[in-house]
Design a protein around this ligand. Structure first.
Ligand code: CP
Ligand code: NVA
Length: 279
């Protein structure tokens, strides 16, 4: 586990998952190894993969984890990059299926649902949009002007939607008006307005995002479905969601956090323990 950024959930759930399979997690923070300071990604990847069963990497630029994967002889799992957070989204869809159990034996039964994302268009949103549109779930995104989904990422999401396993891909829409995104949504989601690595932009971002805080009042004004749920990957800051929503009865955030453990177990089972045996 080589992490160049802080982590609570990803670290604890991954270490727990490795231990659950009888493995030994080895956590390397950015002060612990030579990576990036005194040794290249190429050399690090060859060395780590010669001695371990898998590499789980939390990085800044996505190219870093892609480079590790290119040269590694063992599976490399993305534990968050500036563009993606796949382990989070697997836990999120586990949570969504728990709160909306399927009545079908062959499908997750999520088609036709609507997720409203109100806040920053970031790594968590990008993977959420990929997962959702593949599963037939619509995603409506509200960001302040200038903070929307970059064009290149929109293409990635649209390509993923078109190649999903379900018959009908979900729709991705964008607006700068939170109420528009929230209209008829089943799930309201947000994340921090200042992701790790953007700390210097804090003041500018807090100003730009004012009016985007998720509150019960906003959900009502926007016309969310009557039984809407609230999700957040955590860590949470009060500016993006009110206490009333975050700690209220519609919030499933702590269940979502616990599901990081079960989904980390499933990721390791699929990609490391049963490598090549599961399609
Ligand atoms: N949600 C999430 O990835 O949390 P951590 O940054 O604490 O791992
Ligand atoms: N968007 C956040 C997610 C933290 C889990 C970040 O990248 O910092």
């Amino acid at each position: 586990m080589t992490f160049s950024k802080r982590s609570t959930r990803t670290r604890v759930s991954t270490e727990g998952a490795i231990a659950a399979f009888g493995g030994s997690p080895m956590f390397l923070g950015k002060e612990d190894i030579q990576l990036g300071v005194n040794e290249s990604l190429y050399d690090t990847s060859l060395v780590l993969s010669s001695m371990t069963a898998a590499i789980v990497a939390r990085v800044g630029p996505h190219a870093d984890v892609a480079d590790l994967a290119k040269h590694s002889s063992v599976p490399v799992i993305n534990a968050l990059s500036d563009l993606y957070h796949p382990m989070q989204i697997i836990a999120d869809f586990l949570t969504i299926t728990e709160i909306n159990p399927s009545t079908s034996a062959t499908s997750l039964g999520l088609e036709g649902m609507k997720i409203a994302w109100v806040g920053d268009a970031n790594n968590v949103l990008f993977d959420l949009a990929i997962g959702a549109t593949k599963l037939g779930v619509d995603v409506a995104v509200a960001t302040p002007k200038g903070y929307g989904i970059p064009k290149a990422m929109r293409s990635v999401i649209e390509h993923a939607a078109a190649t999903g396993p379900q018959g009908k891909a979900g729709k991705l829409t964008e607006t700068t008006v939170p109420e528009e995104a929230i209209k008829d949504a089943d799930i309201l989601v947000t994340d921090t307005w200042v992701s790790m690595g953007q700390e210097e932009e804090s003041a500018k971002r807090l100003k730009a995002f004012s009016g985007f805080q998720i509150t019960s009042e906003l959900a009502k004004r926007g016309g969310a479905k009557e039984n809407w749920s609230f999700m957040h990957c955590l860590p949470r800051h009060p500016e993006e969601v009110s206490d009333e929503v975050f700690y209220g009865p519609r919030s499933v955030v702590f269940r979502e956090a616990e599901n990081r453990l079960w989904s980390a177990i499933s990721v390791l089972e699929s990609f490391v323990v049963n490598k090549g045996k599961i399609q």
